[in-house]
Design a protein around this ligand. Sequence first.
Ligand code: HEM
Length: 355
Amino acid sequence: MATPEMTTRQRRRRRYRRVALWTIAVIMVGAMVLPLGSYVYTGIQPVHAQAIEDSNPRSNFWREVRGGQSGYTAVQGQETDVLVQNGGQNWRQYRNGLLANYGGWALFLVAVLILLFFGLRGRMNIDSGRSGQLIKRWSSWERFVHWYTAILFVILAITGLSILFGRAVLIPLMGPRGFAAWADLAIGLHNVIGPAFAIGVLVMILMWIPRNLPSKGDGEWLMQAGGMFKEGAHPPSGQVNAGEKIWFWIICTVGIAAIVSGLILDFPNYGQSREAMQTANLVHGVTALIWVAVWFGHAYLGTFGTEGTLEGMTTGYVDVNWAKQHHDQWYDEVREGGGETTRASPGGGAGEQPA
Ligand code: HEM
């Protein structure tokens, strides 16, 4: 945002930067929309495709198989006499087509938008500077649960994305043998860490549900987008603001869907059909990608995006001026309830003296 004190040169530089960033954004969106156009175009060319199929004598046989024609299978049990499981073909097309292409582009776009936002808005600093007084924000148990879950999430995200995009992105970089070794390790880690992560998410949800219930000020906070687009705007907030609440409820819904579908895939020995596995795989892919995309925003705001937020989750304490700026109602509540502030120690953590 331009302020009266800015020189003409600063304004011009800011304008150039804004134009450059918007140009990059338009190119990125164009790069995503164009392939979608070609997808739709290919979809409306059935006559040509039909002609090719008719000229192939085996296509009638294949069509019958795809139509669910049953035959004889020596192995009896689940899906006896199914010649070719039709859903598998559809699943492969969705998974390697729509999901891998557009999921990849969507993640990329979110990362670019966050970079653009950072370029235009810069870091959101503590307006009145640091006070040197700290106030307790997160207990040791809360921080343990958060970082346990976060670390496992990052491992799952890296290994999961490697499995989904490995063919397109990693084989050109590592070569087929290198990728095979990494994919083997990645899938093993992903399968083992998934259930341990699920426990962390469950504990986190139970621990933080009460403070994430909707409250009166949430609407106003959202109307002002948390003041993110306007310097100096700080809508009132309790311990967690409406943005954090949305993140929390995404974990409770999208996250739980990713976890449940992941567990169905992780334990295939409970008699689920191939169709159930294919559906679980697609649900898992879509929900996990949404989760990772939203997490990009969470991790950005918790680190580079906002001054003084990360230290709350690493040391348990935040600067008093940070608390007044971002969570004023919570700060008042803590003070009214007799909560003390502490002077920051020279090392950056909490000191001894209450103020
Ligand atoms: C690894 C990267 C991550 C970083 C840097 C990070 C950072 C942070 C920070 C600094 C806070 C405190 C915000 C505040 O004081 O208001 C926070 C809160 C929180 N984080 Fe993370 N986080 C990460 C990953 C995750 C993951 C993977 C999850 C969930 C699966 C998660 C869930 C939460 C929740 C639920 C809150 C509290 C907000 C509430 O009470 O609803 N975080 N995070």
